[in-house]
Design a protein. Structure first.
Length: 175
């Protein structure tokens, strides 16, 4: 996927909680030889506390977090370094904010799955601050990115390796 004449990619692995953003993001970064940024690690403590208590984040809560992610994207793209970042990026306005921070050239891998599969995955994971009870609010907030420029959609009903294979293939097709 990397061509020396092309700018290295900046990629957001997005989706609701439980979609596998972290696992897929890490594996995708490794596969493409890019650096990786875990978006959840950039949440302010107040956001983590709210979510841990089962309280959904508001747009006001998310903006400082999105701005931190945007700063990471901007720094990497300015240095012409490729990067994979995980971020739920639930709304078009959030994705547009991230696109602007990255200088307009940003790819998204949208991890799509059924509510049943997402609920099952969230119930199985250990040690994550996001309780399964918040899945419904994330699904309600989600503005599906189908049809937006630079977005590929990959189903999550596969292994991480299979999901990454599909993402790499789809990204290569639009690059």
């Amino acid at each position: 996927m990397q061509d020396r004449r092309k700018k290295p990619p900046a990629i957001i692995v997005m989706g609701v909680s439980g979609s596998g953003k972290s696992s897929v993001g890490q594996a995708l970064a490794t596969r493409l030889g890019l650096s990786y940024v875990e978006g959840d690690s950039l949440h302010p403590a107040a956001n983590v506390e709210k979510m841990s208590k089962g309280i959904p984040l508001t747009d006001e809560d998310r903006m400082p977090w999105l701005d931190l992610i945007g700063e990471r994207l901007h720094a990497r793209t300015t240095r012409r370094e490729g990067v994979v970042v995980t971020c739920s990026a639930l709304k078009l306005s959030y994705r547009d904010r991230l696109r602007a921070a990255a200088g307009g050239h940003l790819y998204f891998v949208y991890l799509e799955g059924s509510k049943e599969l997402l609920t099952k995955r969230m119930g199985e994971r250990k040690g994550h601050f996001m309780p399964a009870a918040l899945l419904e609010s994330q699904l309600s907030t989600l503005e599906v990115p189908t049809g937006e420029p630079g977005v590929v959609t990959v189903g999550i009903d596969n292994t991480v390796h299979g999901i990454v294979d599909a993402a790499v293939e789809e990204l290569a097709a639009i690059r």
